[in-house]
Design a protein around this ligand. Structure first.
Ligand code: MAN
Length: 352
């Protein structure tokens, strides 16, 4: 498969984004949702900021306090054996399976472009944590244009778990929040761009803790807020690149052959690749075909090295004729874009 990675990659790096306050630093501008609006390409970035470290032994975790609307900074001494900080993203109490704090707080911020290659970052946040379910941040937005409005799904992260929130905008200046649409633990919610037989559809990714694994489900709704008729859609594949965790990526692309979904899959070493799956046009709960091999793997230095390396993670793609412009987060650090041929992705699918 031919892949054209933009020469300007990475398109946005943490250095391009000034922190919201002087005692913080931006460590990630990644996993952006994309949309076309008013002649511009909008990238809704997940920006991760953390308090600047002043003592090499102290890790500081930012937490939003919903009553004061301020950030509280928790400190952890790396020499304290009670904590495990081997994963740079989280602070764990040793011996516990779940994590207790994130080392950065994410919010959503807009970058705009006329040509899809060069971007200007807006001042300030577009969506910032606002309530008790968002105290550890909001992450990984996807934008779907439905019936004249842009709907944004994003992860909401707090001590009670990771769920999925919904917001809507028609101008990328103001957004209305529509609440949490999928409770913990769930992530990677992508809305279909149109109704199918009168119903809205969403892909989602629960993380079962007893039986089961982080795999992709599909649900229906009459109003985008209340979801039901949940069905298991597709799973992990042993001995494949997507054997540990999968989740929907970009907004499904309508083609003559079906809905083409670009999804991410991770292996046991936490290498994240992108693959494709084709769903029935009439009944998207039916999987028609899937790529055996990934369509994009982390290879470029900006994909293999960073805050959390070996990650390509797309939350949005645009289609122009045969060209799929896949925007994707790299190494939990920056943003990149690659062009692929729609026809070639289709021929890489294996039908069952
Ligand atoms: C994982 C990673 C992090 C993210 C948390 C919470 O640890 O994806 O980047 O912040 O989950 O969603």
């Amino acid at each position: 498969m031919k892949i054209y990675r933009y020469q300007e990659n990475p398109l946005i790096t943490p250095k391009d984004v000034p922190p919201l306050r002087p005692d913080f630093e931006v460590i990630g501008a990644f996993n952006a949702g994309v949309a076309e609006y008013n002649g511009e390409l909008i990238m809704l970035l997940r920006v991760a900021e953390r308090p600047i470290r002043t003592d090499a032994h102290i890790v500081k975790a930012p937490v939003f306090n919903p009553s004061t609307r301020e950030l509280v900074i928790k400190e952890f001494d790396l020499r304290d054996p009670a904590y495990d900080v081997s994963d740079p993203r989280v602070i764990r109490e040793r011996g516990k399976e779940t994590w207790s704090y994130l080392t950065s707080l994410s919010y959503l911020r807009i970058a705009r472009s006329r040509d899809g290659h060069h971007f200007t970052v807006d001042d300030g946040a577009f969506l910032f944590p606002a309530d008790a379910l968002e105290t550890f941040g909001i992450e990984d937005p996807r934008i779907t244009f439905i019936e004249g409005k842009y709907y944004i799904t994003f992860s909401v992260v707090s001590p009670v778990g990771v769920g999925v929130g919904l917001a809507v905008t028609d101008d990328f200046v103001h957004a209305d929040r529509l609440g949490v649409i999928f409770p913990p633990e769930n992530k990677d919610v992508v809305l279909f761009p149109e109704r199918i037989h009168g119903k809205y559809y969403a892909l989602h990714r629960p993380v079962p803790k007893g039986a089961g694994a982080p795999e992709i489900w599909i649900a229906e709704s009459d109003n985008l807020r209340y979801w039901g008729n949940h069905r298991y859609l597709m799973g992990l594949r042993p001995d494949h690149w997507d054997n540990t965790r999968i989740g929907a990526g970009a907004v499904p692309i309508k083609t003559e052959m079906g809905w083409l979904e670009l999804y991410h899959g991770a292996d046991e070493k936490n290498r994240y690749c992108m693959g494709a799956v084709l769903l029935d046009l009439d009944n998207p709960a039916k999987v028609l075909a899937r790529t055996e091999q990934p369509i994009l793997v982390p290879e470029a230095p900006y994909e293999t090295d960073g805050f959390f390396g070996n990650v390509v993670f797309s939350c949005g793609a645009l289609v122009d004729g045969d060209t799929v412009k896949m925007y994707y987060g790299v190494a939990d650090t920056s943003m990149a874009c690659a062009e692929l041929s729609l026809r070639e992705i289709m021929s890489a699918l294996t039908f069952h």
